[in-house]
Design a binder for this molecule. Sequence first.
Ligand code: SF4
Ligand code: SF4
Length: 115
Amino acid sequence: MHELAKNIITERIDELIKEWNFENRKSNADECICYQQGKKCHDIKNLNCFFCYCPNYDTSVKEGRCFINSPKAKYIDNHNGKILDCSDCDFPHKPENIKKLLTRRFYNFTACIKQ
Ligand code: SF4
Ligand code: SF4
């Protein structure tokens, strides 16, 4: 990640996390069907939408893989072979994990954050 982007994130991290809290975001109905329905995709307190798509999801393999080997990751049959299903995992939606991902990894997938 570019140094400037790192600096901006480091300076604004708490603000970003607050801004992307589900409750603060849900008025943007056009961004997500969950906002339209007022229903979270994961039933957790302080659900955060910053990483709607999890950066721990490895797309370099066809079936997908979890970089941190979350015990909540499971493979399902999508009728075209197996595929990683993250629906039971709320890791990227917890504020404390977003902070870890942004401050320690900066999208460097060689350094994994353990769950
Ligand atoms: S994490 Fe993504 S799918 Fe879930 S409520 Fe937020 S924007 Fe919608
Ligand atoms: S199992 Fe959890 S941590 Fe792993 S890729 Fe899926 S959502 Fe991310």
